[in-house]
Design a protein around this ligand. Structure first.
Ligand code: ZN
Ligand code: CU
Length: 484
């Protein structure tokens, strides 16, 4: 029987190849965990623990941070975070693309794209503090970093969305933003591409972002245009953030539509130029197809469209629009109209742009997964595993260390997450143990809801949420408030 005094640690992971999240080269070592933190790193041969894990041949890295999610509501639903924790995600940033669950408690059903977060019943948090308190009280499988969405604020403060906000409405939204920040919101997002926010001019966004200035909160944006006017939209995003004096993160950066293939050369040069003047970063998912609600703008733009969900035709999910139109004997535009409200997967990008953007120094990985879709885009279950399996191992797009940095250290730094995203003594024990030779997404566009392969163990705040590739049912996650 081991001497109790000997049990200095709760857990020791032995003989791992450590990729620490900073981008530094891998090294061999042991990692000890005590409570919710990493206690020691190095050759811990002389130290014992209540539990020991043999990690020979495996990579140990910080748990992945999914900086672009729509998990606001999924966090609170039983088992809905399974797509994330099975691929090694230990923290999710919510409230992206202008849509957040709080602060909003509407009477009727949510307007698209708010319905990506769930149905009417999901929206029941009139203030951000109430949402944060619900996360605190709930058992979370992973950590949550909630942001507030501009579209949510518009729906809460305006009686019509097809115009700029008036002075009184801007004042009301600013008061809401203040409350969100006090409750710990990590940032403000916009979805200027979507109809409920499309008529918001730059000045309206600047007025709200000015409340963030100096708070450490970030601005993330699903830009007005990611296609023909992508460079104009980038310029607008840079100027908006610079005027308000806040750090900018451009969401799911892409060049959408055939005419714009190859333009990531141009857009990434713009990021380089902007970085000389202001704090700018971006996120991306590793696929050449996007996904959102059914929007006419995509008709004629996308090479192909696959239906992800449809309220009137739930059984048609996973089929292509052209096949549905042929079966119905109507035009694609007509079939599209009949399928609403719903969502789709749009094949609108060029593979070379996807690769160039993923490999760019300041690009973080964000899944943009849609957890409520009936037939979701495979990014929900596979984004992180696909980067490490397909793009790192098979394609050789970048070294493993750099890819892990884009999922961990870089992301924690951009969102000011204290003591996360790195393997270092004293940091929180959010860890993932995986087999670099086997890691791969399990799903596909045809069959998306399948867990990743090669993930052996995932720890959140020192406790295992996945062991031997299987969820443990433990819920050690926390709602993380913005550091002061
Ligand atoms: Zn978006
Ligand atoms: Cu999004």
């Amino acid at each position: 029987m081991p001497d109790l005094q000997d049990r200095r640690h709760d857990l020791v992971i032995r003989g791992a190849t450590i990729v620490d999240g900073t981008g530094a080269p891998r090294f061999a070592g042991d990692v000890a965990v005590a409570g919710d933190r990493i206690a020691a790193i190095g050759d811990l041969g002389g130290e014992s623990a209540a539990r020991e894990i043999d990690a020979a041949g495996l990579i140990l890295s910080p748990g992945f941070i999914d900086v672009h999610t729509h998990d606001d509501n999924a966090l609170l639903r039983d088992d809905a975070m399974r797509p994330k924790l099975t691929q090694g995600v230990t923290t999710v940033v919510t409230g992206n693309c202008g849509i957040s669950l709080a602060p909003l408690a509407p009477k009727g059903p949510p307007v698209p794209p708010l319905d990506l977060l769930g149905d009417a019943g999901a929206f029941r948090y009139p203030d951000f503090a109430a949402y944060m308190a619900t996360l605190d009280a709930a058992a979370l499988p992973v950590n949550a970093v909630p942001m507030v969405g501009h579209t949510t604020l518009r729906v809460a403060a305006m009686d019509a969305l097809d115009r700029p906000a008036r002075d009184r409405e801007i004042a009301a939204m600013q008061a809401l933003v203040r409350e969100c920040l006090e409750a710990g919101a990590a940032g403000l997002s916009t979805g200027l591409f979507y109809p409920p926010a499309r008529d918001a001019p730059k000045e309206e966004v600047v007025a709200l972002l000015e409340v963030l200035s100096g708070s450490g909160a970030v601005y993330t944006t699903h830009m007005r245009d990611e296609g023909d006017h992508v460079t104009e939209s980038l310029a607008e995003s840079f100027e908006t953030a610079r005027t308000a004096g806040v750090p900018l993160i451009v969401s799911h950066h892409k060049c959408s539509g055939r005419e714009n293939f190859g333009r990531s050369r141009e857009t990434l040069a713009m990021f380089d130029a902007a970085r000389a003047r202001q704090d700018v970063a971006l996120d991306a998912y590793p696929y050449a197809a996007s996904s959102t609600v059914l929007l006419d703008e995509y008709l004629g733009k996308a090479k192909r469209i696959m239906i992800a969900w449809s309220e009137p035709y739930p059984d048609i999910c996973g089929r292509y629009l052209d096949e549905i139109a042929a079966a119905w004997g109507c035009a694609e535009t007509e079939a599209f109209r009949r399928l609403k409200p719903g969502g789709a997967i749009y094949f609108v990008m060029d593979e070379e742009d996807v690769r160039r953007i993923l490999a760019y120094k300041y690009t973080m990985i964000g899944s943009d997964g849609l957890p409520h879709d009936k037939h979701p885009h495979p990014r929900l279950w596979g984004a992180f595993a696909r980067v490490l399996g397909h793009y790192v191992r098979e394609v050789g797009l970048m070294p493993l260390e750099q890819a892990v940095h884009k999922m961990t250290g870089l992301s924690a730094a951009r969102f000011a997450l204290t003591d996360r995203g790195v393997i270092r003594a004293g940091a929180f024990a959010d860890l993932v143990l995986f087999d670099a030779a086997r890691i791969a997404e399990g799903g596909s566009f045809e069959n998306p809801a399948r867990p990743a392969a090669g993930i052996e163990m995932v720890l959140v705040n020192g406790r295992p949420v996945l062991a031997d590739g299987t969820p443990t049912g433990e819920k050690p996650g926390r709602a993380l408030r913005r550091a002061a």
